[in-house]
Design a protein. Sequence first.
Length: 458
Amino acid sequence: MAAVNNPSAPARPRVVIVGCGFGGLEATRALARADVEITLIDRTNHHLFQPLLYQVATAGLAAPAISGPIRHILRRQIRDGRLTVLLGEVTGIDAARREVRLNDGARLPYDHLIVATGATHSYFGKDGWARHAPGLKTLSDAFDLRNRVLKAFEQAERYPEEREDWLTFVVIGGGPTGVEMAGTLAEIAHHTLHDEFRRIDSRQSRVVLIEGSDRILGSYPPELSEKASRQLEKLGVEVRTGCRVTDIQPECVTAQPADGAAPWQLRTRTVVWAAGVAGSALGRAVQAATGATLDRAGRVVVQPDLSVPGHPEISVIGDLASAKSYPRRGDPTPVPGVSPSAKQMGRQAAANILHRLRGEPTQPFRYVDYGSLATIGRKAAVAQVDLPLLGTVRFSGYPAWLFWLFVHIYFLIGFRNRLMVLTDWAWAYWTFQRNARLVVEPASTAALPPPSQMETPR
């Protein structure tokens, strides 16, 4: 198929950005003010505020509250005539011809390329576990997980003799996502649903958080990890650290304690995977096209300026990049896979493209760490914030929870989203209710009669 091209387009440098997550969106906004022709490609039509995705999965927020149409978010840049947004999936890169290949066979030329397609789930070679323990990266994942959680309570009501299995929820992985999921599941069981069933008492639910290392929130200081663990236990979550999951079946999870004790099994029908991430499949396409190195998680190892070695015209940012921060003083340090780093990488990659266009040397990436936040549940959170003059401040509990609320509302895109989230959270705080508790199954063509039996329209 012929390359996608617009003969009427001005002869500006062509920048193709793949992915409209935090990094891709920031890069687009930074380049939109320059004299370049930008094409933004994403396989969905929306930008997603991923830190609150678990709220959709646990029925706390509706999907539109944490997402927005890409075309609406970037409408001003589109109106200025230098940005084209395409709905499509990039499946390959031809570095020699400087083209990206789309899933429909089309080819799109570029002078500069930014790859920002993020990460996906990693099951450490046990991909068969994905059927029984879904992860949480997209809205589709959130809808699927929400259905599983809500239907577990429905099945317990319908089959009370199996209530123990249905009312046991296992979260694998003690990072921020796993901690947030476990705490919220406990709140749903103990507060939201406790008076809505006749045959079961949802407060008898069991939420188990399994972490392979010796503490949860391993990237946080030990004292905050300990406080988070105590807050989870206060909410009713069983925290099991030092346990490595060895098998996941439809009705059972098997784990091996690190101390060499005998493996133990836990019967459950609902498992949430929050234990590992890997670079998106496009990382392998970058490797095939450029000879770039991938780390163990499938992320592309990039240069200090975020470009691919040997291909300065290609930059990789966000969760797909294995990058380091190069401070003015001290040794380089790995960049964490969080949304602030993706935003900063997006801006830096855009700035380096403009440096190249002006014939100037590019600049190494310097990550500014403003701190870390993790919510655990109602009035429970941990925070580590770097403040000017005061240095690093660590706090937990209700103050950290209020700070977490403010930060997430502030960084949401659009006034409408902020208002929706603030309203829903205020309602949930005073009533313990979650308004997005809808089980919506995808339409199945299996239920349709054969075509021969279907009535022909006249």
